[in-house]
Structure formats: structure tokens, C-alpha cells
Design a protein around this ligand. Structure first.
Ligand SMILES: [Zn+2]
Length: 251
């Protein structure tokens, strides 16, 4: 597997205490799956991070990675759609092809999280639940948190139907805010808006949420897109890691 190219959000480009990246399509016909990454590392800015990732099931389970790397294997077997940690030196990863990857960073509490948010997870409030878990386990203050939303299928391409509308309605996410009608029983869904609503609802400040707003389906030349071309295989890795070498010795 050749080294993939990663995109970054502007507001973390000068941030030396974390490494992060949103993956892109690899050159040629390669279609790496999640399992191609198992046991691999991510290198960023001269540091090498063992990669942890869950079996993504479009649910709302948030898993705490306590940094015991003997159990790295366990994480790859475990079901869940969000990972959170306070342990420097490990990369939390999610794999996407149209779903929305969300990175969370608390620079004060020195904690990070990652979320895999498709429509099912978003309708179940996965991004809000990841923030709630960071508050509960790490005493993170939501006003300290930053959120970066990566490339995903945009409202230009993401047509959905009635079961999707119903799923969002049952979680009190305002449908008018996150979709626009597209003929009888069809809507264009905006995963960015849905998750922005959830993250702001969890207390993250508007100015601390940044979205790349690149549509993976429009740009299937640059990203794996499930709806466009990559039903079988082809997932981009998205990751965040707290850096070890940024730890300041006490005293
Ligand atoms: Zn599009």
C-alpha cells in the first residue's frame, strides 16, 4: 500500500500537539479496505502512530481507547462508531466512502476523539454522544472542544427517502434544517448540517467547528465514494492522534 495523501483543516495546520488527516483516493486502481490497514501505523510530522479502528456498524456506540496497546487487536474486532482517548502516541481511525468523518480535540484536557457518521449514526446522535462521553470520562468542557468535519457525500448528491426522514425525526433533529425536498418522498440530505446541529447541541461553539465541505461523490476522482463507484472496497482512512513528543515534562 503506497502512502496516501491526507487533507487537513486550516485551523489545525499549525497545531503541534496533534496529528490529523482526512484520507484521499490512492493513485491507480487500488481500493484499500479497512482490513488492509489492520496492524499498520500512520506517520505524521516525524512521529509514527499505531492505528486503532473499530468495526463500524452505523450505530451509536462510543469506545474509550485507554492506550493499552496489548489490546490493539481487540479494537479491530470491537463494534463501534466513535473512539475517544487521552493517550498520546496512538492514532484513532475511521474509514469512510461517503460517510462523514469527524475529529474532536480538547487542547485543554488533552483528549481526542473520532466519529464515523453516516445517516444512521447521525440520526442516532453519534457525534453528540462522543462529546458527552468525553465530558463524562475526561471532564472535557464542550466550550474547549474543536471539531473538524472531513469530506463526505454532500447535499448535492445525497438523495434519501422516507425511512431516513423518519429516523431523524425520532431523534428531534429538525428535518427542514438538514434536508431539502427533491420530489415525491425524496430529499437531499446534508450530513454536515445534521452533525453541526448535534455538535452545537452538545455545547461546541460555532466558531470551533470547521468543515472541509468536499463532496466525495462529486469528487470520486479524489475520494472513494460508495454511492458513486466504490461499493466494493475502497475506503479512505481518517485519523487523529495526540502527539507524544509534545508532552512537556512536569515541573
Ligand atoms: Zn456532490
Amino acid at each position: 500500500m503506497s502512502e496516501p495523501r491526507f487533507l487537513q483543516v486550516e485551523f489545525w495546520k499549525g497545531e503541534c500537539r496533534i496529528a490529523h488527516g482526512f484520507g484521499t483516493r490512492q493513485p491507480g486502481d487500488k481500493k484499500p479496505s479497512r482490513m488492509d490497514w489492520k496492524g499498520k501505523t500512520v506517520s505524521a510530522g516525524g512521529e509514527i502512530f499505531p492505528l486503532l479502528s473499530l468495526r463500524q456498524v452505523h450505530g451509536d456506540r462510543v469506545v474509550y481507547a485507554d492506550g493499552n496497546l496489548q489490546k490493539a487487536e481487540d479494537f479491530w474486532q470491537m463494534e463501534g462508531d466513535a473512539l475517544i482517548t487521552r493517550t498520546p502516541g496512538i492514532a484513532l481511525g475511521v474509514f469512510t466512502a461517503d460517510c462523514l468523518p469527524i475529529l474532536l480535540y480538547d487542547p485543554i484536557g488533552k483528549a481526542a476523539g473520532i466519529v464515523h457518521a453516516g445517516w444512521r449514526g447521525s440520526a442516532r446522535g453519534i457525534s453528540r454522544k462522543a462529546v458527552e462521553k468525553m465530558k463524562e470520562l475526561f471532564q472535557t468542557r464542550s466550550s474547549d472542544l474543536w471539531a473538524a468535519l472531513g469530506p463526505c457525500i454532500g447535499p448535492c448528491c445525497y438523495e434519501v427517502d422516507e425511512p431516513v426522514r423518519r429516523a431523524f425525526s425520532s431523534e428531534n433533529i429538525p428535518w427542514d434544517l438538514i434536508s431539502r425536498p427533491r420530489g415525491e418522498g425524496k430529499w437531499m440530505l446534508d450530513l454536515y448540517e445534521a452533525n453541526r446541529f448535534l455538535l452545537e447541541g452538545a455545547g461546541i461553539l460555532k466558531e470551533k467547528i470547521q468543515a472541509l465541505k468536499i463532496c466525495t461523490s462529486c469528487r470520486a476522482d479524489a475520494f472513494y465514494s460508495y454511492r458513486n463507484a466504490d461499493k466494493i472496497g475502497g475506503r479512505q482512512l481518517n485519523f487523529i492522534a495526540l502527539r507524544k513528543d509534545s508532552e512537556v515534562p512536569p515541573g
